[in-house]
Design a protein around this ligand. Structure first.
Ligand code: SF4
Ligand code: SF4
Length: 172
């Protein structure tokens, strides 16, 4: 049998006074520091090109969607959030999505779809707001996912820079 010898506590320790004093000193210190409360949503979260918001589909300058309905993003999505239904087109790309859905309640904003896409057709936007009254309203369809390339330009440039860094380091 092991006997554990306990430390003898002073009266102050038995009344938790050191912890109380330490806690109150932190409280008083914080009282005089600048407040960091954000007045959300009037004061939204700042975003940068590194921000991984909700994924969006690129609409090129000629008005066509960049997606060729290859399904790679659907396969890469770990949350099974993407559903694509493709069809043939008369254009040179041959295929494009007839329906493209992302269940935003499933999406974990991991960015795998962005990485998997061979056509630079899907990018993580800086859109972070997500609220609605029904679950079905948060399954975004093709029209809700489309964004002009200009709206995603900052993120596209950032990803291009990152990929270039990989290409450089792998070739050396
Ligand atoms: S960000 Fe991740 S979870 Fe969301 S749709 Fe893309 S791959 Fe799926
Ligand atoms: S990986 Fe790109 S091109 Fe392929 S289906 Fe997804 S968004 Fe479209």
């Amino acid at each position: 049998m092991v006997i554990v010898k306990r430390k003898t506590l002073s009266l102050a320790e038995r009344l938790y006074l050191p912890e109380v004093v330490r806690g109150l000193s932190i409280t008083f210190r914080k009282l005089f520091q600048p407040k960091i409360t954000r007045q959300y949503p009037e004061d939204p979260l700042p975003t940068t090109s590194v921000t991984r918001g909700q994924p969006r589909l690129v609409v090129k300058d000629d008005g066509n969607i960049a997606c060729v309905s290859c399904g790679l993003c659907e396969a890469a999505c770990p949350a099974y959030a993407i559903t694509i239904d493709g069809h043939e087109t008369d254009r040179s790309i041959e295929r494009e999505p007839e329906e493209f859905q992302i269940d935003m309640l499933r999406c974990i904003l991991c960015g795998f779809c962005e990485e998997a896409c061979p056509k630079d057709a899907i990018f993580m936007s800086n859109e972070l707001e997500l609220a609605d009254t029904t679950r079905s309203a948060l399954v975004y369809d093709l029209e809700r996912l489309k964004r002009p390339a200009a709206a995603l330009a900052e993120r596209m440039d950032y990803i291009k820079r990152i990929n270039k860094r990989w290409q450089t380091s792998s070739s050396t």
